[in-house]
Write a protein that binds this ligand. Structure first.
Ligand SMILES: Cc1cc2nc3c(=O)[nH]c(=O)nc-3n(C[C@H](O)[C@H](O)[C@H](O)COP(=O)(O)OP(=O)(O)OC[C@H]3O[C@@H](n4cnc5c(N)ncnc54)[C@H](O)[C@@H]3O)c2cc1C
Length: 400
């Protein structure tokens, strides 16, 4: 490191975004410190669950491209780690005409068109082909995003907990941030665990972000973040005789987003059953349908699980008690914080991942590391500019 700016980096927020930033910044920066008010791996935070969908099938091609880019970084991490981080079971989008009659307008068909446009691996499974390939579903068609599946979150967390400190990063847990002040050309962060001097700050504190911005001198921007959570999230526990049909080797991640449903296969040895969630994300139009719960979906589209024992995901595993960080214009917030300390580009932020951020984590970490240490990123992130929420700025961005 020859420059001075970026030689000492402090990251506030030790979720997956903060840890990935530390991972990518460590080889470039003089020193990297991660501060978290809680513990890394606290199941009460969004990043520390058991499984998270990793898929490319967005309606907005820019998000699909980024998801695929992030996937290459996951594969690289996985290769370096020598252990499985991604479970590539695919992601299947379902349609049943008796539930959502306008099939061409369905999320499945439209997101498949985006995969096609981007030349991503995909497979259309109309009626009989679906029944043959995935007899677990009663639907009229399935559109498969092939290079998709879910992240083994426990494996990712364990990896980050070991490789990040091994790269020389100091992680201070249970560190309450008391003040952030200018210090020389940089910043001093006063914490319950003592002061930390740094040249550049990165804030990856999820819903705690605005509270931190308030502490930064000269920073008037606040982000329109809103907590939200799935209405239901349950494990359906298949009968032992049918179990093999529902594990990650036989069942893909699945979704019927027009009616607010997504699910993960039983992850053998790690989760007790097939996870089914019910939630209407802001980027999916709500189609009136007879499905208003995970039970309705199972009765209609996964008859083999009808009557199966269920348990709440939060109750069974203590995870997913946390919230999505929704943004008013439904776009990520990633880049320099305007006005901070009156100094351009010495505070960066990454937040507003909604219910969809985990899969992007290595890409986000790489971008924030490049911004903080290399004074710029090779990616076009103008759409995600935090400055769109600065006073006087026209709120930009479109629904993702
Ligand atoms: C129920 C649920 C299901 C989801 N499913 C998926 C999915 O299937 N696929 C997908 O891609 N994404 C999914 N997501 C989204 C994904 O999990 C999040 O986008 C991602 O984990 C956000 O990571 P983060 O590091 O920004 O935030 P967090 O994990 O919230 O970490 C923020 C950290 O900042 C710390 N912090 C906060 N305030 C302060 C402060 N003042 N001082 C110091 N530290 C502070 C917190 O303690 C925390 O450790 C889901 C999210 C939820 C909630």
């Amino acid at each position: 490191m020859t420059g001075t700016r970026g030689s000492r980096l402090t990251i506030i927020g030790g979720g997956v975004m903060g840890l990935m930033t530390a991972y990518y910044a460590a080889p470039l920066a003089g020193s990297v410190t991660v501060l978290d008010k809680s513990r890394v791996g606290d199941p009460g935070t969004a990043s520390f669950a058991l499984t998270r969908s990793v898929r490319n099938d967005y309606l907005d091609p820019q998000y699909s491209r980024l998801a695929f880019e992030a996937r290459q970084l996951w594969l690289d991490l996985q290769h370096r780690a020598g252990e499985r981080l991604l479970v590539d079971c695919g992601c299947l989008n379902l349609v049943k005409a008796s539930v959502t009659p306008d099939v061409p307008a369905s999320y499945a068909v439209r997101s498949f068109a985006v995969l096609e446009e981007l030349q991503l691996r995909r497979e259309a499974l109309p009626g009989p082909a679906l029944a043959e390939r995935f007899p677990q579903f009663a639907a009229d068609g399935g559109w498969l995003d092939v290079d998709a599946g879910f992240a083994d979150v426990a494996a990712v967390t364990a990896l980050l907990r070991s490789v990040v400190p091994a790269r020389g990063v100091e992680i201070r847990e249970e560190a309450q941030i008391r003040a952030i002040t200018r210090s020389g050309g940089g910043w001093q962060v006063q914490t319950s665990a003592g002061p930390v001097e740094s040249d550049v700050l990165v804030i990856t504190a999820g819903l705690g972000t605005n509270e931190l911005l308030e502490r930064i001198p000269g920073c008037s921007v606040r982000f329109p973040l809103r907590p939200d959570r799935p209405v239901q999230s349950k494990y359906f526990i298949p009968e032992p005789t049918a179990r093999d049909l529902y594990t990650e080797t036989a069942l893909p991640v699945f979704a019927y987003l027009d009616v607010g449903i997504y699910g993960h296969p039983l992850y053998a040895g790690k989760t007790p059953g097939v996870k089914v969630g019910f939630y209407h994300p802001p980027d999916a139009a709500v189609v009136p349908s007879p499905i208003s719960s995970v039970e309705d979906f199972v009765a209609e589209c996964m008859p083999g699980l009808r009557g199966a024992a269920t348990v709440d995901v939060a109750e069974a595993s203590g995870v997913d008690t946390c919230f999505y960080d929704l943004v008013s214009d439904d776009d990520f917030i990633l880049g320099p914080v305007p006005g901070a300390g009156g100094v351009a580009d010495s505070v960066f932020v990454g937040v507003g991942w909604r219910g969809t951020g985990y899969k992007f984590a290595p890409w986000v970490g790489r971008v924030l590391a490049q911004l903080a240490v290399q004074q710029g990123t090779v990616y076009d992130i103008s759409r995600f500019a935090p400055g769109r929420f600065a006073r006087g700025a026209q709120a930009g961005g479109t629904a993702a």
